[in-house]
Design a protein around this ligand. Structure first.
Ligand SMILES: [Zn+2]
Length: 81
């Protein structure tokens, strides 16, 4: 069985048989960690992939994308003429 270091280096392969015929299930987030159940279709091993929060990325809006209600109003307020 691979060590964690070897498993991360060879990401996407079974820790026992090194097959890349593996399937991931849904992801559970707990605090700053996340876990995904993974199964190997070759040797039928099942394990959890363990993810750690390492940061965040602001999602840049595309040019001209409409603002949401969370945004401050843009420009002078509309007035009836
Ligand atoms: Zn396997």
């Amino acid at each position: 069985m691979k060590s964690n270091r070897e498993y991360v280096r060879d990401a996407g392969a079974c820790p026992r048989c090194s097959s890349i015929d593996i399937e991931g299930g849904s992801i559970d987030v707990e605090g700053d960690s996340a876990f995904q159940k993974v199964g190997c279709n070759n040797c039928e091993l099942e394990w959890n992939d363990v993810y750690q929060l390492i940061g965040y990325q602001v999602i840049e809006r595309a040019e001209g994308e409409r603002h949401t209600t969370d945004d401050p109003p843009v420009g002078p307020p509309y007035r009836e003429v």
